[in-house]
Design a protein around this ligand. Sequence first.
Ligand code: PLP
Length: 382
Amino acid sequence: IIYLDNNATTRMADEVIQAVSEALVIYGNASSMHGFGRDAAAAIEQARHQVASLIDCDPSEVVFTSGASEANNTVFNIFRDKIDLGSKRNRIVTTTIEHPSIIETVKFLKSRGYLVDEVPVDKTGRVDLATLKTYLGEDVALVSVMTGNNETGTIQPIEEITKLVHAVGAYMHTDATQAIGKIPVSMKDWDVDYMSLSGHKFYGPKGIGVLAVKKKVPFETFIHGGHQEGGKRAGTYNTPSIVGIGVAAELAEKNLESESKHLWHLREMLRLGIVQTIPNVVVNGNQEHCLPGTLDVSFPSAEGESILLYLDLDGIEVSTGSACASGSLEPSYVLLASGVDIELAHGSIRFSFGHYNTEDDVKYVLQKLPPIIKRLRELSTR
Ligand code: PLP
């Protein structure tokens, strides 16, 4: 199997599997004061340091969650609880291309009367700073812009955006889930107030993530109960998964440069191969500011789902931009929001590379893909 769906999830690194297996034996409750408890607590604190080092923040700013969806929801919920609808600073600003864990949260908040603006992006999926500025004012409480898009790979200028956000006295959140381990990510340099990430996107376990919260920014306990996570999120620690995300973070930090080069090389090899062998294709997203392992391509007159299924028959696993929602096949909202034509949005395929991919994988795709597109295009013109 050629697995080219690493933005959906990644295979756990061998080192992570090893560490998680060992941590399964540390069965003490990290809140217990005896030796077993202290062993678990020490393993968790080590993981907290490993994550903090990766995203360049203080370990005390790391809150473990069940994943990035929980982290994203939590940031919006903190502000929902803080915002008095009648007050002057009562607006949240985000973009049209965020992950569904934000898009759906925004829909919910709007249905409850909260004021949320979604800033449009340009044709490459990038937030234009001048456009963003028109949405910012003294009435804005929170701005949330993702670091890199899961579908197109487009990277946003988070540092510049944060400066604009802080200039009007608002707080800044970024969902860095897709950027981790692919580009340098720094809470300190970017000066963001909140950051979300997820273990399973960088060779760690599923069901574990982080919400990093800068000191002295608004925060509410979001699960009430015991005193875990400094009283922010109650519940017995998931020691094995926390240890796993810690080891994954250490690997991501250590391998960042080589990994980034490796992913970009494979991505570019596939992009060039596709544009040279298949006529009439459109590469989506921003080609200058792009996550190194992501390649999103539209094949006009060929349906995304059909391409995906034919590739699957050949043992190649990719994803389409469209989501199968309530039985209907919907075009990618990310591409539509970027002003991409509906037919192109329907026929998009996302190839996302990871650590374990090789040049041979790309060669195999370049051998299988052109005849599939040719066949589907012939069928569509019949
Ligand atoms: N944010 C982005 C950009 C993602 O790509 C994903 C994963 O699909 C998430 C959030 C959700 O992460 P999790 O699966 O940990 O809830």
